[in-house]
Design a protein around this ligand. Sequence first.
Ligand code: NZQ
Ligand code: ZN
Length: 386
Amino acid sequence: MENFITQNPTKLIFGKGSAARISGEIPADARVMVLYGGGSIKKNGAYDDVMAALRGRRVTEFGGIEPNPKYETLMKAVEAARAAETDYLLAVGGGSVIDGTKFIACALRYDGANPWDFLVDPALLKPVRPLPLAAVLTLPATGSEMNNGGVISRYSTGEKLAFHHNEVFPRFSVLDPCYCFTLPDRQVANGIVDTFAHVLEQYLTYPSQAMVQDRFAEGILLTLKEIAQPLMADHTDYDLMSNFMIAATMGLNGYIAWGVPQDWATHMIGHELTALHGLDHGVTLAIVYPALMQVLREPKAEKLLQYGERVWNIDAGSREARIDATIARTRAFFESLGIRTRLSDYGIGVSTIDAIVKRFSDRGWKLGERADVGPDTVRLILEAAM
Ligand code: NZQ
Ligand code: ZN
């Protein structure tokens, strides 16, 4: 096991009716800005509950943060928050709203002229002391409700970049499964794939003798396998949605990352597919992961075999046959959620592969748990995803 230091300061407030507790968590004299997306929170009860909990407080609101939150929109929120002298941000929505709010919290306290710069150069973000923020989650997927990361897109340049800062962990996050009952099939499917992929990024690497972390990771994968079809059939089952929420939060709150190598190549490649073609984040992962497993089957062989045996019960046949079967089961799982897993299914071809390879080459990125996945390997992965 590798050395590690861990601390996760986010308080989770879980269960039906939990939004009522918000008022006790936010300082009484705070000037709060409530941030949300395109309006789903007005249909699932979250908006009404949050506003009721904040009645009598100094509250402003900013709506319209889009999926894959855009820099241009978020900068409008920064202006509005400045004008209202906001000192506490409350995100109500999915990963995009929470990520966008994390960015706004940093941008409000950034001295430079152009906050995009701190996404390009993380050293610029280090001295920034972001505004406090909290979240009410309505879409289990990203883990943003209990982590220190965010991903921001930019219309003008077609870029999508991630950032991390230890002071953007939400102070608290409300997880009420009832708010998720209104999710469309597409977003439940995306969320299941995203959670599954987060676990794989921290698990499907090489053995590191982290037995407990491995079993936790497999526990999340097995839970997703078990609840996926019933949840797709009924999004209003409280217990299924509760377990989905816990799986998603635990998938990327740092716990399964203790002392283990991490990959994240699938995510980095997937972000480019979203940036260039607007594909949903979950869809990009369903396309890239099976192809990445195929191309990197040798360096990942030991964990592929362990994953195949413990999650998919694949324990017979030659080593190569077991790996083949494991990759096929993973692809079939994603497709069983109604997500197609080939670039060609989305009309994406060679010109996109060239563009992504060029971007990685220009940035000098080496991806993967061994930092050895360069542009040539990225090309092989994307070709295998055709
Ligand atoms: O905008 P509204 O009207 O709220 O609708 C949203 C949006 O259209 C809708 N939705 C959310 N909750 C709903 C609902 N519709 C009905 N009922 C509800 N209860 O769902 C749509 C998608 O929402 P979005 O927030 O974009 O989805 P998700 O949570 O999957 O977030 C995706 C973003 O998170 C980033 C992704 O790259 C992407 O930009 N990620 C963030 C990570 C992190 N912070 O750690 C890690 C992830 O790997 C990921 O990269
Ligand atoms: Zn993800």
